[in-house]
Design a protein around this ligand. Structure first.
Ligand SMILES: Cc1cc2nc3c(=O)[nH]c(=O)nc-3n(C[C@H](O)[C@H](O)[C@H](O)COP(=O)(O)OP(=O)(O)OC[C@H]3O[C@@H](n4cnc5c(N)ncnc54)[C@H](O)[C@@H]3O)c2cc1C
Length: 415
């Protein structure tokens, strides 16, 4: 039975994977893909790496060609914003007032870059979430004059660190300001944070601990920033890498949905009957971790979209399948100065972290993360691919700390 329409809202990694999985799974009914950006689905990780450095042009980021999308027979609505969802009638409302009645809906609206109020229209202030954001920052970094200029990166999480590394490698004066004393410290802990601090320092990034209090401007252009402790920094450009917010504004009117920190879903990625979510926006119950997780990782966007699509088809009776809980081993990577960080499992929310320094000069470390006595995640920097692949098994399910620790040492040859 494949009657009616399925709407997938959000036309990026998760939205694309969802429509492909729906067609592969046998959905022959109408399939609408709605995205508020004007672009065909593109990949975000290269935005803060290859696109920012100028190594890749924007046309290399497309996830599919227009021809490949044609084969999916989509009702493709780009540059179109969804403004509401009625979970009882399963109706999606679009910005132009159109109402799409659906058999099922998959929410894949991701997250938006957090920004500061009152800065709209100020030249030299950037965020880094979309292709247009990245092109704007890249234009500045590749500056026609070629002269190095002063960049302040506010936020020393993954994105801020990656952008700082690229800008420094392009010769700009870079100040990286973060609330945590160590880059990415909140996520990776002190051991790996210290390794990253060393890398940024050696490359000449100035690192400051503090939080942004305000921005100084002259003639509509940024001239510097103020930190909460009164420190003033001059800047030609400021990148706000101060986190993200789930794009759930359009869902808030429906009282049946819990939109606190993303769209809350059960273990099948269902938020309500016939309504599923995937990717950065979804906060779903992971039975293996025994809690709700929301994961902003590229691989999760694809895997979760495939799971949500499969479960929606099962619920609609469009396949013979039973719904299955979504229980992935999350995977994440980051690139800075040619150094690759890769992690399996869950690092966020850890109450314990232990880092094994394998080789300081080669910047090789492995680290274990845990919570409530169980090991939940591993991270490695600078290790060869063969060893990295072995780390997945160390943490495939949360388990006793000591056992995981011994397995980690065996996998990386540490002591
Ligand atoms: C610069 C950058 C670098 C990254 N690097 C890495 C990395 O190295 N490794 C890694 O694992 N992950 C990385 N990530 C994270 C990864 O890209 C995301 O996890 C992934 O893109 C999530 O995909 P998504 O489809 O869930 O959400 P998104 O990619 O955010 O897509 C959601 C889409 O929905 C649209 N949308 C939102 N609201 C509406 C609405 N109401 N109506 C219609 N459309 C709407 C948005 O405009 C957007 O196009 C990076 C992210 C960024 C921004």
């Amino acid at each position: 039975m494949t009657v009616g329409r399925i709407a997938v809202v959000g036309a990026s990694a998760a939205g694309l994977a969802a429509v492909e999985a729906l067609r592969r799974g046998g959905w022959t009914g109408a399939l609408t893909l709605i995205g508020d950006e004007p672009h065909l689905p593109y990949d975000r990780p290269p935005l803060s790496k290859q696109l920012l450095s100028g190594d890749w042009q924007a046309d290399r980021l497309g996830l599919r060609t227009a021809g490949q999308l044609d084969t999916l027979d989509l009702d493709l609505r780009l540059g179109t914003r969804a403004t509401a969802l009625d979970t009882v009638t399963r109706t999606v409302t679009l910005a132009d007032g159109q109402r799409l009645e659906c058999a099922g809906v998959i929410v894949a609206t991701g997250v938006r870059a957090r920004t500061l109020p009152g800065l709209a229209g100020t030249a030299g202030i950037h965020t880094l979430r979309t292709l247009d954001d990245a092109l704007g920052l890249q234009t500045w970094l590749s500056g026609a004059s070629g002269a190095p200029r002063r960049l302040v990166v506010a936020g020393n999480g993954v994105l801020g660190c990656e952008a700082a590394a690229v800008a420094r490698e392009l010769g700009h004066e870079v100040t990286l300001v973060g609330r945590d004393p160590l880059p990415m410290g909140r996520l990776v802990g002190d051991g790996t944070g210290a390794l990253l601090a060393d890398a940024h320092e050696r490359h000449g990034v100035r690192m400051l601990t503090g939080s942004l209090d305000g921005v100084k401007t002259a003639d509509g252009h940024v001239t510097g920033v103020r930190l909460a402790d009164g420190t003033a920094l001059e800047a030609d450009t400021v990148l706000l890498a101060i986190g993200s917010e789930p794009a759930v504004d359009w869902l808030r009117a429906d009282a049946a949905l819990d939109t606190s920190d993303g769209l809350r879903c059960d273990e099948y990625c269902a938020a309500a009957p016939g309504i599923y979510a995937a990717g950065d926006v979804a906060r779903w119950y992971h039975p293996g971790h025994g809690r709700h997780l929301r994961i902003e990782h590229r691989m999760n966007a694809t895997e979760q979209a495939m799971a949500a699509a499969r479960n929606l088809l099962a619920e609609l009776g469009a396949t013979e399948d039973e719904r299955r809980p979504f229980t992935p081993v999350p995977y994440f990577w980051s690139d800075q100065y040619g150094m690759k960080l890769q992690a399996y499992g869950v690092l966020a929310g850890a109450d314990r972290a232990e880092t094994v320094l394998l080789d300081k000069e080669q910047r090789q470390v492995a680290a274990l993360y845990g919570r409530d006595g169980l090991a939940t995640g591993v991270l490695a920097a600078g290790l060869p691919p063969r060893q990295i692949r072995g780390l997945r098994a160390v943490i495939a399910t949360p388990g006793p700390w000591d056992e995981a620790h011994a397995r980690l040492l065996a996998a990386v040859g540490g002591q």
